[in-house]
Design a protein around this ligand. Sequence first.
Ligand code: FA5
Length: 338
Amino acid sequence: MTTQKIAGLKKQFLEEIEKVTTVDALFELEKKYAGRKSEFNEILKNLKNLTPSERQAIGPLANNTKNEIAALIEAKRQALSGQQNLAEEKIDVTLPGQKQNIGHLNPISIVRAEIEDIFTGMGFEIADGPEVETDFYNFDALNIPADHPARDMQDTFFVKGENLTMRSQTSAVQARYMQLHKPPFRIIAPGKVFRNEATDATHEHTFYQFEALVVGEKVNVGNLKHVAEVFFSEFFQTDVKVRLRPSYFPFTEPSFEFDITCTMCGGTGCKGCRGGGWLELGGAGMVNQNVFVAAGYPRNKYQGFAWGFGFERLAMMKYKIDDVRLFHSGDLRFIKQF
Ligand code: FA5
């Protein structure tokens, strides 16, 4: 009688475990067939009430069946948890991707790359120098001796206690390069410069300049004007004319202020150039012989032209930006427009 009951329970168990598909359902099944209150447990508990011969016949069967059921449940549990892991690890390749915020070039960097492209295309080399510069390269080597009033032409940040400055102009790269190289050469030196000035829509305390320096035995003002016109026409993709006006820089003689025809109206006069047709861009001139001498060249052997422009002014004209402070504002809404 009990033998049949055990066989019946086992058969029933085998049918039910087939249908189990979740860990929860398996847990219920385990309770039903192997739990403390299960019918099977009742049979095991009642073994002690049987006669010794009955116990001998039923005992091993009951125990074996109990072990079999436990083993089958365990195997099923393993199988189910494997499936569950697979389900959790499944990758749905059709889900929309997560948008990554990628960086963006500042217009200053875009302009710098364009400038470098155009000039290397014309056979120029790119030179570099430190942003924290010695008084010697920022002033003395540029024909600005100590106590000379020209030291105040640009409001320089001085580094306390040392003969160091935050360079106020990329012209500081000139002597550095010339000490290491003999003419003829043509270089540009783009980089960051610093000035202790009150900021407004056209003035920053930290901005970018690029210096051009071309030295040889027969370099003249005509070369300066021509190279500048070729560069600006290429940069603005329109025909640009250059105008030189007399000016003063200690490191050039003669010195010029440098204007280009307004890129918005082509020189006829508009709001952008306040009706004048010209835009002021930077300083330029023929390298002062004292600068050559400070760099170790003999006096009057070479001639050269140099200029220094602000990147920001170029970028503002090219992209019609009306405030120089936007470049370093860190405002992503600004950056993302370019
Ligand atoms: C100079 O810095 C000279 N070193 C230029 C030079 C080089 C002359 C070689 C001769 C030979 P200046 O101080 O004028 O010159 O500055 C040159 C240009 O830098 C300006 O025309 C302007 O475009 C830019 N600039 C000057 N100050 C600022 C500022 N605070 N913010 C943004 N751009 C500026």
